[in-house]
Design a protein around this ligand. Sequence first.
Ligand code: BDR
Ligand code: CA
Length: 314
Amino acid sequence: ATKLIIDTDPGVDDAFAIALAALSDDVELLGVTTVYGNVPLAATTRNARRVLALCKRADVPVAAGAERPLVYPHPHRARYAHGADGLSGRSSALPEPGRELERADAVTLLTRLLEAADEPVTIAPIGPLTNIAALLAAHPGLRERIARIVVMGGAMDHGNTTAAAEFNIWSDPEAARRVLAGGEVPCVLVPMDLTYRCAVDTEWLATLAASGPVGAALDALTPDYLDHYRKALGWNGVVLHDAVAVAEAVRPGILRTKRFPVDVECSLGPARGTTVVDRRRPELRADTEGEHAPGTVDVAVDTDLDGLRAFLLD
Ligand code: BDR
Ligand code: CA
């Protein structure tokens, strides 16, 4: 089984993603680390612990990480989509955490888990990339212990937080640039272009709700999220961004990827947080390579949409 650590800011879709990993036989979930993002750190941490309690996974350690981005303050939350508590105002309906929060912080727990694992570990960051950039900066020697980093983030067509940028990358572009463009560890990027196409409808949610207590509890987190997507997309369904990325971590190859150089725009202008995916033909890239060659990233571009939805449900 793939050894996995999730770094997260729950978030309704984060809750689905955590449950997917927590309940899957294909992965060994070694730990969960939390980061500010959709809501402040105290709330994302509490939410992550509650979702694990829902899944009866008190064996999984949780450690809290960054409260803010590396360089600039974080002026924006995603309450409009995830509610003030991060789970559509329904977090208190989930069970109380079944295990104490680790005293160690996220980077320390990541370090401990990576050092103890007998094989390289997959990390799935599904929030701002602050903790992961801090890990790479502080412990370059641990790079070899990371099999790959499967990131939910980025946008090639248009953003969701700004016209150009997707929320996770926009939240901490400097951190995202370190992780994605640094070329230090193999990365998979699961951008919103693909996650939007993997949206699930109300029929899918109803099937989930009928599947048992965990499915019912997850479905109960969705009414406001559904409302947000009704307004945003005019569509009767929700986008489970983070669960799509974690599906790839759990079942490598379920998403089809293409390798491109990827960089992140860190200027303070309107393109801040844009993922710049170089889709030019390799021969045409050669000119600029010397002066500026960002790392290559496996960008998820396609999947069997119904197969993926069935996998998530299962
Ligand atoms: C990402 O932003 C957050 O709101 C979601 O949880 C997801 O990680 C989508 O842009
Ligand atoms: Ca998230």
